[in-house]
Design a protein around this ligand. Structure first.
Ligand code: ZN
Length: 202
């Protein structure tokens, strides 16, 4: 490869990733999966750097330039803001699952409502959901932003690509951001179906 081209190629990929994350943030916001500054999204690049939403940013209006870039240890190397308070959880998940290249964390309301009601998310009630999501485990409560939450979340990667954080929200991951988004969308859509079924007495 012509080394003179390498920096430009790297920038182009980074630009694409920034735009993709911003677009997914808007989708998550428009679908009601998060409100205001809730949640966080990150994508791991091939060189080990991570592009992530910054602390406190409103996801419905986030611009690609607001995203931060960190090295593989989580130190910010580019970007105007600080990294999300939940970023230790992202780092722990990337470390626990080397195949994971993207993480979506939301406060998905229906999935969270099931958790608060003590019902969890029983994917076996819906045939195709079980195939797509597998077991949806619930990570026991730990305060947001703590290393305890990061460790607890990382310990659950063996359960499946999606899990619920007790009294907090949900996390999905995948080999790319589109996959992680699809899993989160599927979780909340089916959580809504389960919630309606339970309200009807199922
Ligand atoms: Zn959260």
């Amino acid at each position: 490869m012509n080394s003179l081209l390498a920096p430009e190629m790297k920038d182009t990929n980074l630009t694409d990733t920034r735009h993709e994350i911003a677009a997914i943030c808007r989708q998550l916001y428009n679908k009601g999966l998060l409100a205001g500054a809730d949640g966080n999204i990150s994508v791991k690049c091939g060189d080990g750097t991570i592009v992530a939403t910054p602390r406190g940013a409103h996801k419905g209006f986030i611009e690609p330039e607001q995203l931060v870039v960190t090295d593989s240890s989580g130190t910010v190397i580019e970007g105007p803001g600080e990294v999300s308070t939940e970023f230790p959880m992202h780092l722990a998940i990337y470390q626990a699952d080397p195949e994971c290249m993207a993480i979506v964390h939301t406060h998905a309301p229906c999935a969270l409502a099931l958790s608060l009601a003590g019902k969890g998310f029983d994917s076996s009630r819906l045939a195709e959901t079980e195939i797509l999501l597998g077991e949806v485990a619930e990570v026991p409560y730990a305060p947001p932003g703590t290393i305890e939450l990061a460790r607890a979340a990382a310990a659950h990667v063996r359960c499946g690509p999606v899990f619920i954080l007790e009294r907090h929200g949900a996390v999905s991951r995948g080999a790319n951001l589109a996959r992680a988004f699809q899993l989160m969308e599927c979780l909340e859509h089916n959580a809504k179906i389960l919630l309606m079924a339970y309200l009807l007495g199922a």
